[in-house]
Design a protein around this ligand. Structure first.
Ligand code: HPA
Length: 279
């Protein structure tokens, strides 16, 4: 057994000693959705600090904890505060919480984030259904000895964001009257926002939105056979589209403004995904 897997196992045992809950859906909260859990029926909370061997997030405003509870009748684990590569953790630690949520029992991974809009049709405040991703600009979390217990050495990546889950999100958005864009998410390392030239490159490569998370998490989750879906909140136009310099304040302001709609969409999606799982 390799040491990374042992570390993951230690985290899992540390979780099990404290929490008796089996989530079906794992939800990662991006900027703006941070207080989503305040609207759900919370059964237990586990601070990342309480888990032996767990990487702890440092960004101001990012709370670091797992919340266990019910979205309507759906047992969920929610990651409030993700681990970012730019904080200095090795990729393997960045995705440890994702792997842990799978071990907890979650079969579906619902990823959310804030992003910069690269597609010229996008506006600040839009939601983008993530239909695909480019993770080639960040190290793969699968580098190193393969954890055979989790998945195969060379996993297929032909449908990371499951088509049926994409349809669920489209249906939920349509019925709620929430406009939904679609596109490819590209992850860069950050923490600096991109240069106009990098955004031009990303557009040429086929990316529609850019951020500093998510794609690496999807790579790890896909490796483990989780069913993945994702929505990005386009908080700003990516660098170079307007003359305005980018600030974290702008990102936060937009994310907070559209958070009520985002929460509705997330809740409706989770409920429908679970209906599909029970059917
Ligand atoms: N670039 C990278 N990450 C982001 C952006 C952006 O423009 N907006 C929100 N997260």
């Amino acid at each position: 057994m390799n040491s990374s897997y042992e570390r993951l196992q230690r985290c899992y045992e540390s979780f099990r000693e404290k929490i008796d809950f089996s989530p079906k859906v794992a939800l990662v909260l991006g900027s703006g959705l941070g207080d989503y859990a305040e609207g759900i029926q919370v059964e237990a909370v586990l601070d990342y600090h309480e888990i032996e061997g767990f990487p702890v997030s440092t960004v101001a405003g990012h709370k670091g904890r797992f919340i266990f509870g019910y979205v309507k009748d759906v047992p969920v684990v929610i990651m409030q505060g993700r681990v970012h590569y730019y904080e200095g953790y090795p990729m393997e630690q960045v995705v440890l919480p994702i792997r842990l949520m799978k071990l907890m029992g979650a079969e579906v991974l619902f990823l959310t984030n804030a992003s910069g809009g690269i597609n010229f049709d996008f506006h600040a405040g839009d939601f983008m259904l993530i239909t695909g991703q480019i993770a080639s600009f960040v190290p793969s979390p699968l580098i190193g000895p393969n954890m055979d217990e989790l998945g195969v050495r060379f996993p297929d990546m032909s449908q990371v964001y499951k088509k049926d889950l994409q349809d669920v999100i489209r249906g939920a958005a349509l019925d709620l009257g929430i406009p939904l864009k679609e596109g490819t998410y590209i992850q860069f390392t950050g923490p600096a926002y991109e240069s106009p030239e990098e955004i031009k490159m990303a557009r040429t490569l086929g990316a529609d939105a850019v951020g500093m998370s998510t794609a690496c998490e999807a790579v790890a989750a896909n490796h483990m056979g989780m069913r993945i879906c994702g929505i990005s909140c386009v908080t700003n136009l990516a660098c170079g589209i307007t003359d305005q310099p980018l600030t974290h304040a702008e990102v936060k302001e937009t994310a907070d403004r559209v958070a009520p709609l985002f929460k509705q969409l997330v809740t409706e999606t989770i409920v429908r995904i679970y209906q599909g799982m029970k059917a």
